[in-house]
Design a protein around this ligand. Structure first.
Ligand SMILES: [Zn+2]
Ligand SMILES: [Zn+2]
Length: 98
C-alpha cells in the first residue's frame, strides 16, 4: 500500500510524495486558521489549511469544512462517483453478452 485514498478521490495533482494527497503530506500542526501574509497587514491568521493545496484538494477542503460529519458523507459520495465511473464499462460489456 502506498499513498492515501484522498489522492485518488480528490484527483490530487501532487505526485512528489508517493501519491499522498496535499492534506496527508501536510506536516503542519492542525489548526483552525493558518498564518498568511496580507499586504498592508503583515502576517495574519487568515489562511485556511488547504489554501496552498492543489485545486482538487482545495475544493475538497472547502466542501468538507464545517460539516458535522467532518466530510465523511462527501468522501463516500466521491467514492460512489468514482465507483460508477469504473463500473460503467463492465456493466456495458455484460449487457452486450446478454
Ligand atoms: Zn492535492
Ligand atoms: Zn490524504
Amino acid at each position: 500500500m502506498w499513498g492515501c485514498e484522498h489522492w485518488y478521490l480528490f484527483d490530487c495533482s501532487l505526485t512528489a510524495k508517493r501519491r499522498l494527497c496535499c492534506g496527508c503530506s501536510d506536516t503542519r500542526e492542525k489548526a483552525a486558521a493558518y498564518v498568511k501574509y496580507v499586504d498592508g497587514q503583515g502576517d495574519v491568521l487568515a489562511a485556511t489549511q488547504w489554501e496552498y493545496y492543489c485545486p482538487g484538494c482545495q475544493k475538497a477542503g472547502s466542501e468538507m469544512a464545517g460539516r458535522k460529519d467532518r466530510g465523511l458523507r462527501y468522501l463516500s459520495w466521491l467514492r460512489r462517483k468514482k465507483d460508477v465511473a469504473t463500473t460503467t464499462t463492465t456493466t456495458m460489456t455484460t449487457d452486450e453478452v446478454s
